[in-house]
Ligand binder design. Structure first.
Ligand SMILES: [Zn+2]
Length: 468
């Protein structure tokens, strides 16, 4: 049997692995490459295999860097089922059409530019909203922990990865010529003890292991320290009753975590219950609804908090979910006492840009940065202390205070990853470190060799290994 690393090899996006046995050929994940021109080129390139020959896909989770090329695979001729958890199916129904919409808008912009400069032919979007919706029909929902057999000789089980709602670790048993080998794909592994999601499932056995390494080189700040920072920042802005708190947040995962943490701080009396919270992102609202629908998958602390909030006619925070553009625009006139959570998480697109436009010039408002801000994004310029930023073609002065809240990460840090690896009773015969920047993945493979004495390596992109 052969395993090929088509993506997320010495980088963090484009997660995709091809598995070939004497009888079968399938993928684990089919993610989009993200970040700049090179990523765009790789997304458009013809794949190194015939999509029509792929029998099925096993999908770890809904994040676009794991799922975002599924509609493209389907447009290139893949007709088989995509097996993933029920919650992931629900999230994909929101996220894939959204990704397609962004692709359509980008192609439109590119074509306007080409028209203007009379350079080049028209480009088509990577895939359209209609194609993304068509692809959703290939989803086959699977329950956590239930064993399925997509083809004779291929068995698998999805286990909770504690990363985002529905995220799974994949256990896969492949039988070829009478011999069975067990492969484990970690997918993205969550940090133990985080709000909303459960802790990652401990896996005890594997012949071949693929482990992610996004934060294989660092430690996160503790949740307690993170809460202290939040309490300080919120009380600073809202106690004076003069300003607002603007929170750029990813719609999937981060928004729900922040809502949990705010509710918990109110229950413990650390912040005022009088704060008006607004979630101003239709996608975040949909994802919050999906999280509530699948509340049996959330951790016991989250369920206890929800029970407290709904007791005696409602103890919880006042949360308003704004839908229409008009409702969103009305938030611009709020001068004080509002905490507005909006997307995108890195401030580059979406409604958050309007809230920043109105609040950045005001010294009495604050901006809470709660997630990773990539180089070149507006969020990164704020973190780096820019005195003015460009928004909608205007220079906007930055007088609001910018607080960076560390420690709310959906990925395990180095200690979290090592803790998960310690769950294996015996060393896998081979361990491949994936889903990390080049230096991080290599460094984490070194660490696994030194600390655990396992055979570990960081595969290069497009390399294959024969597993015997
Ligand atoms: Zn992920």
């Amino acid at each position: 049997m052969k395993l090929t690393f088509l993506g997320a090899a010495r980088e963090v996006t484009g997660s995709c692995y091809l598995l070939e046995t004497a009888e079968h050929r399938f993928l684990v994940d089919c993610g989009m490459f993200q970040g700049g021109k090179e990523a765009r080129r790789k997304n458009r390139e013809a794949p190194d295999f015939d999509p029509r020959g792929i029998e099925f896909v096993l999908l770890t989770h809904a994040h676009i860097d794991h799922s975002g090329l599924l509609p493209r695979l389907a447009t290139l001729g893949f007709r088989g089922p995509i097996y993933t958890t029920r919650a992931t199916c629900d999230l994909l129904a929101v996220m894939l059409p959204d990704a397609a919409y962004i692709q359509e808008k980008e192609a439109e912009r590119e074509n306007r530019e080409r028209h203007r400069t009379r350079k080049g032919r028209e480009v088509a979007p990577l895939y359209t909203v209609a194609q993304a919706e068509e692809c959703l029909r290939q989803l086959h929902p699977v329950d956590y922990d239930a064993e399925i057999e997509p083809r004779p000789g291929v068995r698998c089980r999805l286990r909770d990865a504690g990363h985002i709602l529905g995220a799974a670790i994949i256990e896969l048993w492949l039988t070829e010529r009478g011999a069975t080998r067990k492969l484990v794909f970690s997918g993205d592994i969550g940090q133990p003890g985080r709000p909303v999601v459960r802790d990652p499932t401990s896996i005890t056995e594997a012949d071949v292991l693929l482990v992610e390494s996004t934060y294989g080189d660092r430690l996160h700040r503790s949740l307690e320290a993170t809460e202290e920072e939040l309490v300080f920042a919120i009380n600073d802005a809202l106690a004076s009753k003069k300003g607002n708190v603007i929170v750029p947040a990813f719609a999937v995962g981060r928004t729900q975590e922040i809502l949990y943490v705010l509710g918990d701080l109110m229950r413990r009396g650390r912040i005022s219950r009088e704060i008006s919270i607004y979630v101003d992102s239709p996608m975040a609202t949909r994802v919050t609804e999906i999280t509530i629908k699948h509340r049996e998958l959330t951790d016991p602390e989250s369920r206890a908090l929800v029970a407290w909030q709904t007791r005696d006619g409602g103890n919880g925070p006042r949360i308003r979910f704004t839908e229409s553009t008009e409702e969103s625009i009305r938030l611009n006139s709020l001068r004080a006492g509002a905490l507005i959570i909006s997307a995108s998480g890195m401030c580059d697109a979406g409604r958050i840009k309007y809230h920043l436009k109105y609040n950045l010039p005001r010294p009495e408002s604050i901006v809470l940065i709660t997630g990773f801000q990539a180089a070149g994004t507006l969020g990164r310029r704020l973190v780096d202390g820019a005195s003015t930023v460009r928004l909608f073609g205007e220079e906007v002065p930055v007088r609001a205070r910018i607080y960076t809240i560390g420690g709310l990460s959906a990925h395990a840090d180095q200690a979290g990853l090592l803790h998960w690896l310690a769950g294996f009773g015996a060393p896998p015969s081979r361990t491949f470190v994936v889903h990390g920047e080049s230096g991080t993945a290599e460094g984490f493979a070194d660490l696994i060799r030194e600390r655990l004495g396992w055979r570990a390596e960081a595969p290069v992109p497009l390399s294959s290994v024969v597993l015997t």
